[in-house]
Design a protein around this ligand. Structure first.
Ligand SMILES: *Cc1c(COP(=O)(O)O)cnc(C)c1O
Length: 400
């Protein structure tokens, strides 16, 4: 009895001491001691203002804002130690079952998924080969890609030690395949720009037993896309966790063939190798699981109706303004959600779309929107409830 009392007192004292030293957090808001007083760490404490996001799911604005159940899962995950490799296995399995694909694993973002997926195709999970990367001596080291599918993030593929082989037609594709071919890469959003369709890409890959990987990072909604490309025959499909899924910003999914996904997991942190710098923490792993479960459960039609209603409000508000025209655009592949396009005669108003973007960003509250040659492009997607009204009235003020 005396012993257990002593032990309890010891635990109490240690916990209190650790808390005082800032070592125990237990899901409370982060605290720091500045000039002797305790302050909560916020963006405002750094002199930064939160931004109303009328651009959409872009990394430079923070991706998405996580729903409460995702945050709760991360906080819960933060409280205990866990066998991380086992957690990766179990969460991957659970996610594959929810989505309905043979296998899944969590990566630190779609960009890292490209690296891990490529490493998987090159090494097929061979431990010695994984250690050897990015030296691909003795391994297939060519990745075939349509010229129109080259993009800024494909560095994440080449850093594995492979090189691009560009093709434009199906005939060139068939000719390009040889013993050095490791993978055929497809950028989903670029499909309309290329001469070779998804179906043909898959067919040629299967005919020659070359794995195909599709980067569809920004391509939910619709939710059906999460499994569509694997159902169609791609061996790997890569999605961002912090975009449409509303998971942690630094998370992503590698989906597809069981052997390749297992190899991608072997290429991932915490194992040494090309993926070690792309760590996924227990918090992101559990947060993305919660996000995938939520995405599976929610009423996507209701969400879309809400976005349509916001677009309707913004267009109505701006159609009242003289010399202003609006329309609603829904991109066919990535970011397939309503965007309000606002056009006006820049000379007549003395305001270019670029000026308007700067004024909105510098105003109070700060509003981020994008522009193209025609005018402003305002995404309804990442606005919080009611913010579409603020955006509509600020844009109206600018153009009135
Ligand atoms: C956003 C994006 C990526 C990168 O995704 P992260 O999750 O930010 O790493 C890769 N490819 C495409 C097509 C994207 O849109």
């Amino acid at each position: 009895m005396k012993r257990s009392n002593t032990r309890r007192n010891f635990l109490k004292a240690t916990t209190a001491g650790a808390a005082a030293a800032g070592l125990v957090n237990c899901g409370e808001p982060a605290q720091s001691t500045v000039g002797g007083s305790t302050t909560t760490v916020t963006y405002e404490s750094l002199g930064m203002r939160p931004i109303i996001n009328g651009i959409g799911v872009v990394t430079v604005l923070g991706g998405s804002v996580m729903p409460p159940e995702v945050v709760a899962a991360m906080v819960e995950a933060s409280k205990n130690f866990i066998d991380l490799p086992m957690l990766q296995e179990k969460v991957g399995k659970r996610i594959s079952e929810i989505i309905g694909v043979p296998a899944a694993t969590i990566c630190c973002g779609a960009a890292s998924g490209l690296t891990l997926g490529t490493a998987a195709c090159v090494t097929r999970g061979d431990a010695a080969k994984l250690r050897q990367l990015p030296d691909t001596t003795g391994m297939p080291n060519e990745v075939i890609v349509q010229k129109s599918h080259r993009f800024g993030f494909d560095t994440q593929i080449w850093m594995v030690g492979v090189k691009p082989v560009e093709v434009e037609t199906r005939e060139e594709l068939e000719k390009a395949i040889n013993d050095h071919t490791a993978m055929m890469f497809f950028l989903n959003v670029a499909e309309p720009k290329g001469q070779i369709s998804r179906a043909d890409w898959i067919e040629v890959g299967k005919k020659h037993a070359i794995p195909t990987m599709n980067d569809c990072a920004s391509d939910v909604p619709p939710a059906s896309r999460l499994r569509q490309y694997i159902d169609e025959g791609f061996d790997l499909a890569i999605f961002s966790g912090g975009k449409g899924l509303l998971g942690p910003q630094a998370s992503g999914l590698v989906l597809g063939d069981a052997d390749l996904v297992a190899a991608a997991l072997k290429a991932n942190s915490p194992r040494a190798g090309v993926g070690r710098g792309m760590k996924v923490g227990k918090e992101e792993i559990m947060g993305l699981l919660a996000a995938v479960e939520r995405y599976h459960r929610i009423d996507h039609d209701a969400e879309r109706k809400e976005l349509d209603a916001r677009a309707e409000h913004v267009t109505q508000a701006l159609n009242d303004v003289d010399g202003v025209e609006t329309s609603v655009e829904i991109p066919p592949i990535a970011n397939q959600v309503p965007h309000v396009m606002v056009r006006w005669d820049a000379a007549a108003k003395g305001l270019t779309p670029g000026d308007a973007v700067k004024k909105l960003r510098g105003g109070e509250p700060a509003i981020a929107v994008s522009q193209n040659a025609e005018g402003l492009r305002i995404s309804m997607w990442m606005l919080k409830p009611g913010e579409h009204e603020i955006v509509a009235s600020r844009v109206k003020e600018l153009l009135a």
